[in-house]
Each structure stands twice: as C-alpha cells, then as structure tokens.
Design a protein around this ligand. Sequence first.
Ligand code: B12
Ligand code: SF4
Ligand code: SF4
Length: 369
Amino acid sequence: MVSSEHIERRAVELGFDAVATVAARRLVRGEAYLEWLREGRHGEMGYMENYQDLRVDPRALEPGTKSVVVVLKNYHQGEDKLAGGLRIARYAHGNDYHEVLRARLVELAAFIHAETGADVATRPAIDTAPLLERDLAAMAGLGWVGKNAMLIHPQIGSYTFIGEVLVDLELEAEPTVVLDRCGTCSRCMDACPTGAIVSPYVIDARRCISYLTIELRGPIPRELRALIGDHVFGCDICQSVCPWNSKAPRSEDPALALRSEYEALSALDLLELDDAAYAKTFQKSAIKRAKRRGLLRNAAVVVGNSRAPEAVARLALRLGAEAEPLVRGHIAWALGHIGGEEARLALEAAIEQEQDPYVLEELRCSLGL
Ligand code: B12
Ligand code: SF4
Ligand code: SF4
C-alpha cells in the first residue's frame, strides 16, 4: 500500500483546497440516481441517461481503478449580483473551471506516476466524467450532501468544484465520513423560488433555474419565467441561504475571480451582443455552455422581470433586429410582461412581419390573443 500523504500535499500545492483518498468501490447513492432518472427529473439532459453502470462505480468507469484521489476547489466569490445588475452564479465569474482545473488535475496525475514509481494508469476528471461526484466526495470524507444536494465541507462550505483522479494502485485511504449537519434546517428548500428541491437531497432539474438557464436548449416554460427573477446564468439561492456558507472563506484564485468586463453589463446590454461580441466577451468562460441564443433568451426573461417601462424601446428594437427566433420569442414575452401602450404597439408591429410559427405563438400570447 502506497502512502497518499505526498499526493495530497501536492494537490494542495496545485491550488486545491481540500483533498482525500478513498478506496474505489460502488457509490452508496447509486439507487437515488436511478430513481431520479425514473422520475424524469433530468429533463432534457439526455446524457444523464448514458453510462448508468459507470456513473455509480469508478471501477466500471476506468477498469483497474483501486483508489480515487478526490479534490475540492473553492470558488466562493463575493456577491452573485454584479454592479451593472447581472446576476451570474459565482462558479462562472472567472475562467472556465473545466479548463483551469483539468490542467491542474493532469499535473496531479503526472505526479502520482512519478511518486509511485510504477506505471499506474490514472484518469483525471472534473464534472464531465459520468460519475456521481458528490457521492464520491462524501465517501472520501470531504463533507456531507445537504438538503440542497450540494456537497458541504464543514469549513469551506459548498461553493466548491469536485474533481478526482482515478488510480490503479492501492493508496492509503482512511476517510472519516462527515455526518449530515443540516439538522432541522430547511432554509434552502424554503428559499428555492421554483420549488425545485422536491424533497431533501432531491432536485427536479426541470424546475431548477440552473437547468433552465444553462442546460435547457429550447423555450423556458412560460409558467416558470417570472420565477427566474434576475438570474441570467445559473442560480446560487440554495447556497446563499445556507448557514454553512456564511463564514466560508473566499476563493483567492485569480483564475476564478470575477472578470472585470462583466461588472458593468446589464441584461439589456446582453441582448445587444452579436455573435462576434458574444464570442469575445465569453471566451474561455463556462457561460458559453448556454450558447448565445440561450444566454440572450435568459436576458430577455430577466429584462421582462424587471418590469421597467424604460426598457421597452430597446426591447422593441431588438425584436425587429434579432435573427434567432428563440430570442425573439422571449423578447415578445418580456414586452408582454412589462405591458403598457408602447409595448403593445411594438408587439402588434412585430406580428405583421413575423414568419416563424414559434415566435408568432409567443407574440399572440403576449398580446392576449
Ligand atoms: C447534472 C448536473 C446538474 C443538473 C442537475 C443537478 C442535480 N442536483 O442533479 C443542474 C443543471 C440542475 C445542475 C445545477 C447545479 N450544479 Co451541477 N452537476 C451536474 C452533474 C453533471 C451530474 C449530477 C448528477 O449526477 N445528478 C444526479 C443526481 C441524482 O445526483 P445528485 O444531485 O448529485 O444527488 C446526489 C445527492 O443528492 C445524494 N442523495 C440523493 N438522495 C439522498 C438521500 C439522502 C438521505 C442523502 C444523504 C443523500 C442523497 O445522492 C445523489 C447521488 O450521488 C454534476 C457533475 C458530476 N459528474 O457529478 C454537476 C455538479 C453536481 N454541479 C455542480 C454545481 C456547482 C452546480 C450548481 C451550484 C451550479 C449553479 N450555481 O447554477 C447548481 C446547483 C443546483 C443543485 N442544488 O443541485 C457541482 C457541485 C459541487 C458541490 N460542492 O456539490 C458538480 C459536482 C460539478 C463539479 N464537478 O464541481 N447540475
Ligand atoms: S439552484 Fe436555485 S432553482 Fe435550483 S434548486 Fe437551488 S435555489 Fe432552487
Ligand atoms: S440551508 Fe440548511 S438544510 Fe439546506 S443545505 Fe444548508 S444547512 Fe442543509
């Protein structure tokens, strides 16, 4: 059995905030995942149905795996609401964590090869591997899964990314499981605006603002749009209200710090980004996951929810000029939601010109036809 002490120390040197090693075995909450799928709680995330056997056992994901080195990376930023009014989930304030942390995990894997002296196979992964990462981190003793389904570290809180290196060597692993410290608290469940935490530990993605603003490709269901509030990308509400985050340390990693160019942006500004400006603003950012059409769709919903009559003129201009039907449809909703004579005239003018059946439906709905 090889000592994991040096490996864990190297992980800290590479900028990870917590690290633990666990013997590879079947994950304890595999059944909860299968039940989640059966209930259809993954919505349109078809990829969550793939590789079911691999997701619940690291040994199936990478044959030969005997140990897993699991890391946490703190991304806690100050506020999620920026000076210009955009509310962006904290994890996406800086550079794309997939790229930033994968590079460091690759270094950690290389160190494991060098340290053990053996030709061990290692597989570094963060977020993209089909593996229940929260379950894995809990089994490694890095925290407990809270009622908001987040892995909560007793000192660092829940604003963390989880990553891992799968190793085909027996490493020393003595995890102490952290017992559930939620107790009678239910703040996250009470605060979720869409009721997405359907029972403790279970998120119905179809109602979750994070899913609706990042993963969903088509129109946001009309009945949920007003509940999205000012969330233009992702949602941190069930973490912001969690007492375990109130004293959590801020991340000092410059790669994850808020990009200054986002600070002054408003949702209306986003609606005016063309393809080139969008690509430039969000290069190497996790926000690109939503694609331009998804982000502008969200921005339209946020502007609608502001109920600001002074936004109507700019919205009306975008309704005439925007090439993407998904975005035009949500601008139509925003105009209808703000209401008033000027908005009605803009909608009536648009209905005369519109050819796209989906946008026509949104326009009719907004005009109450
Ligand atoms: C799909 C996905 C989503 C979906 C679905 C979320 C979900 N809850 O499943 C959506 C798009 C909604 C989403 C949102 C977010 N996500 Co996400 N997501 C994933 C992904 C790719 C898979 C998650 C998964 O397998 N879901 C299936 C369900 C069944 O699993 P689960 O929710 O993790 O549930 C576990 C626990 O609830 C527990 N459990 C279930 N029942 C019970 C019962 C009891 C008694 C107990 C104790 C436990 C328990 O067991 C389950 C299985 O392990 C993971 C990466 C990965 N490979 O794991 C990231 C991941 C979970 N996401 C992450 C993040 C940061 C987020 C957001 C905070 C982003 C944001 N700010 O908008 C939100 C948080 C929303 C929330 N409260 O969950 C991090 C979480 C880190 C952490 N500290 O927990 C991960 C691990 C990515 C990473 N590598 O860092 N996400
Ligand atoms: S991320 Fe937001 S919408 Fe999703 S469960 Fe948490 S509070 Fe609810
Ligand atoms: S808000 Fe309360 S119930 Fe929810 S995860 Fe935090 S401690 Fe647990």
